[in-house]
Design a protein around this ligand. Structure first.
Ligand code: NAP
Ligand code: 8YV
Length: 316
C-alpha cells in the first residue's frame, strides 16, 4: 500500500504529479472544511508536505497523530514549529542551498534597481516623460560599482550575495551574531555601525522571533538619507512602520523590498513613492530554482520513507 501523504497547499504541478504517482496524496486546501477533514482523517497520514510560506503549527501536528515526516518547500523555518515536531520525533526536511543563486541574484537586482532608478526610469519612459517637450530630464542615480555594501545575515545566501557584489568591486562588510570562520570579508559586530558605514544595506538573516525588528528606526536613521535598504529575508526582520516613515520622510535614500510583514498586504503609503521597488516575494521564483526546490521536497520525503534519511533535514 502507498504511504498516505497530506499536502497542505498547491505546489508546482510537476511536484504534485510526482507526489501523486508515488504516494496516496490528499490536498488539504481543497477539502470543503479542512478542520472537519483533519478531525475525521488526520490519523491516516504518514507524511505532510508544506512550504516555508504555509508552515505548520503544533495544533496541526496534534491533528496528525500518525505523522512521521514533514517535507517543506523553501529554506525559511520561521513558520515551522520545529520544537513541536521534535517533541513528537517527527523528521522535518527543507530546501537549503538550491535557491542561493536566485535569491542572491534578486538581491542584486533590487539593489541595482533602486540605486540606478531602473523601475522609476521605466515608468518615466512609459508615461511619456522622455518625449514631453520642456520636461525636466530624468534625475541622476547613485553608483553601485565600488560602493560600500553591508550584509545583515551571512549564511548560505548572504555569502552568495557577497560573491556577486565582489564582481561589482564593492567594499563589503557583514553583520551576524558570530563571525563566519574563514570568511574573506570583515565582520561588523554592531548593526548600527554597519548601517552608518555602508551605502547599501542588504538584509538576509533568518526570520522568526530572534530577528524580529532587528532593523529598527535607529538602524534606519544610521543608514541615513543617502543609504539604501534591500530586504530579501522576511518582512518581520524590519520594523515596517518605521521603514514606511523613514521612506516617506526621505530619511533613507530608498528601498528594494521582496518581503513584507503582512504578505500579501504591502503598506499603501509605499505605492506613492518612486524611490521604492516592491516585489511579491519572488526571490527564488525562477523555473530552474523552483524545480530544484520541488525535487528536494520529493527526495527528502521519499528518502525518509524508504531509507529513514533525508538530503536536507532541518536543524532541530
Ligand atoms: P542561513 O544560512 O541559515 O543564514 C542565516 C544567517 O542569519 C546566518 O548568517 C545567521 O548568523 C544570521 N542571523 C540569524 N539570527 C541573527 C541575528 N539575530 N542577528 C544577525 N544575524 C542573524 O540561511 P539562508 O539559507 O542564507 O537563508 C536566510 C533566510 O532568507 C531564510 O531563513 C529565509 O527566511 C530567507 N529567504 C527568503 C527568500 C525569498 O523568497 N525572499 C528565499 C529564500 C530565503 P548568526 O547565527 O551567526 O547570527
Ligand atoms: C519560497 C522562501 O519560495 O525559501 C524560502 O524561505 O521564502 C521562498 O523561497 C516560499 O516561501 C515558498 O513558500
Amino acid at each position: 500500500m502507498k504511504p498516505r501523504i497530506l499536502q497542505a497547499g498547491r505546489l508546482l504541478p510537476s511536484l504534485e504529479a510526482r507526489l501523486a504517482a508515488e504516494f496516496d496524496t490528499v490536498l488539504l486546501a481543497e477539502q470543503p472544511d479542512p478542520a472537519v477533514f483533519l478531525a475525521a482523517h488526520g490519523g491516516e497520514f504518514e507524511g505532510f508536505v508544506t512550504s516555508a510560506g504555509v508552515g505548520f503549527t503544533a495544533a496541526t501536528l496534534a491533528q496528525l497523530p500518525t505523522l512521521r515526516v514533514i517535507s517543506s518547500f523553501g529554506v525559511g523555518l520561521d513558520k515551522l514549529d520545529l520544537a513541536a515536531a521534535k517533541a513528537r520525533g517527527i523528521a522535518v526536511g527543507y530546501t537549503p542551498d538550491v535557491l542561493n543563486d536566485c535569491v542572491a541574484d534578486l538581491a542584486m537586482a533590487l539593489l541595482l534597481d533602486v540605486a540606478r532608478r531602473v523601475s522609476e526610469a521605466d515608468r518615466y519612459v512609459r508615461r511619456g516623460g522622455w518625449t514631453t517637450p520642456g520636461a525636466k530630464s530624468f534625475p541622476l542615480a547613485r553608483k553601485v560599482s565600488g560602493a560600500k555594501l553591508g550584509i545583515v545575515g551571512f549564511g548560505r545566501i548572504g555569502q552568495t550575495i557577497a560573491r556577486r557584489a565582489g564582481g561589482f568591486e564593492m567594499d563589503i562588510r557583514y553583520h551576524t551574531r558570530r563571525p563566519v570562520a574563514g570568511a574573506a570579508w570583515a565582520h561588523e559586530p554592531s548593526l548600527l555601525e554597519l548601517a552608518r558605514w555602508c551605502d547599501y544595506l542588504v538584509v538576509i538573516t533568518a526570520g522568526g522571533a530572534g530577528t524580529r525588528h532587528l532593523v529598527n528606526a535607529e538602524v534606519l536613521e544610521a543608514l541615513g538619507p543617502r543609504g539604501y535598504l534591500v530586504n530579501v529575508a522576511r518582512g518581520s526582520v524590519i520594523d515596517e512602520a518605521a521603514l514606511v516613515r523613514a521612506l516617506v520622510e526621505r530619511r533613507i535614500g530608498g528601498a528594494g523590498l521582496d518581503v513584507f510583514e503582512d504578505e500579501p498586504n504591502v503598506p499603501r503609503a509605499l505605492f506613492e513613492l518612486d524611490n521604492v521597488v516592491l516585489l511579491p516575494h519572488i526571490a527564488s521564483g525562477t523555473e530552474e530554482t523552483r524545480q530544484a526546490m520541488a525535487d528536494r521536497v520529493f527526495d527528502n520525503l521519499q528518502g525518509f520513507l524508504r531509507e529513514g534519511r533525508m538530503i536536507s533535514p532541518a536543524p532541530m
